[in-house]
Design a protein around this ligand. Structure first.
Ligand SMILES: Cc1ncc(COP(=O)(O)O)c(C=O)c1O
Length: 382
């Protein structure tokens, strides 16, 4: 069942608001971003150095970028402006997807693309449907533009898989301008098949479907929703997770030229650095490495799920390398692991205060997590 979770009315100024009165009212409606990882401040409190932390909280390929990437970025000419249109990378991506370069826009990570989608398509007062629980930046970007966010929330008793009938009912009732669907979804790892999304796109032609496939390469064989002939399907892709370029920031959109043109129009000039463009090209050329390592991570993930289940935790179904674990009080569980230099994602900000999200790493690292979890559970017992 979908419910409206916010109105488009800007938040009124309050005397205790730390933001300057010059700040736009809609900016006040944007909650601060919550992401995983441990901040430097927190690490200092636990007496840990950043390089000592084993990070299971970010869903990045633990085997790192393909071997050619490092050589590529050091040769980028940083004294010159980068190609503002990232043409070579767009051509390579177009070739990879079997589309034309005008169907691709390259961005500073998918994070930037999400903001650009809101900037290009959401008008003040527009209704936007978000298939939840999911990545928080969709709602933040919509609110910034003065749109109102409605959530269609998958239920835990369904293993957080979306029921098609519920989403359809929400689409019919709300007739939204835009609908965000993340597949495989962060944080649940559940999938909405491309064929279903295309059916919705046909049935609801006044809704633009923004399909975030940031994690699709972690599910080999999954059909992407990419179809540049459809005027209302825009696919969001990331190269920061599968190709492990999180520190470099490369994302892109694929879709109808009219949609891509809209995003490109609002994109800041030179939004993708020369270093990131070079790394993106080299990463694509190293696709075989990515595919090989993804298979390793999937195997490691299956083993880790079993081991966490064996120590008595409830591990939820997932199609990808990260998954939810029901732990009771997520914040306390996360803090207990953080003290041991291990990061998992407390899912309270997703509206799931009893769950953490764990992203599998290499087998030997996963064993360290299981040991640490055992210690935490032992500490809990009277
Ligand atoms: C679903 C989803 N989309 C987009 C992003 C942002 O990705 P990027 O690193 O490409 O900006 C994330 C990052 O965690 C994510 O989980």
């Amino acid at each position: 069942m979908a419910e409206l979770t916010s109105s488009h009315e800007p938040t009124a100024e309050r005397a205790d608001d730390p933001l300057s009165p010059f700040v736009r009212p809609h900016v006040r409606a944007v909650p601060p971003a919550v992401h995983g990882a441990l901040s430097d401040g927190e690490l200092r409190r636990w007496g840990r150095r950043p390089e000592e932390v084993l990070d299971f909280s970010a869903n990045v390929n633990p085997y790192g970028p393909p071997p050619g990437v490092e050589g590529a970025w050091v040769t980028a000419d940083v004294a010159r402006y980068p190609d503002p249109d990232a043409l070579r990378l767009r051509e390579a991506l177009a070739d990879h997807h079997g589309v034309r370069p005008e169907h691709i826009v390259v961005t500073n990570g998918t994070a930037e693309l999400i903001w650009l989608v809101a900037l290009a398509f959401v008008r003040p007062g527009d209704r936007v449907l978000v298939c939840a629980p999911t990545y928080g930046d969709y709602a933040r970007a919509v609110r910034l533009m003065g749109g109102s966010v409605a959530e269609c929330r998958a239920r835990e008793e369904d293993g957080f898989a979306h029921r098609a009938a519920h989403v359809e009912e929400a689409l019919r009732r709300l007739n939204p301008r835009l609908c965000f669907i993340c597949t495989p979804n962060n944080p649940t790892g559940r999938i909405v098949p491309a064929n279903l999304i295309w059916r919705w796109a046909d049935t609801f032609p006044h809704t633009l479907f923004a399909v975030d496939e940031a994690y699709i390469n972690f599910v080999p064989g999954l059909l992407p929703a990419v179809d540049p002939a459809r005027p209302n399907v825009l696919v969001l892709r990331s190269m920061t997770k599968d190709y492990a370029l999180a520190g470099l920031r490369v994302g892109y959109g694929v879709g109808h030229a009219g949609l891509i043109g809209g995003v490109a129009r609002v994109r800041p000039s030179w939004n993708v650095s020369a270093v990131a463009q070079a790394a993106g090209l080299a990463a694509l050329a190293g696709r075989a490495h990515m595919e090989l390592t993804v298979r390793e991570v999937r195997r490691a993930s299956a083993a880790l799920r079993e081991e966490l289940g064996a120590v008595g935790l409830e591990v939820l179904p997932s199609s990808t390398h990260f998954f939810l674990v029901r732990v009771g009080r997520a914040r306390a569980f996360r803090d207990a692991l953080a003290r041991q230099g291990i990061a998992v994602r407390d899912c309270t900000s997703f509206g799931l205060p009893a769950h953490v999200r764990v992203s599998a790493r290499r087998p030997e690292e996963n064993r360290r997590l299981v040991e640490a979890v055992r210690a935490v559970l032992r500490g809990r017992r009277p």
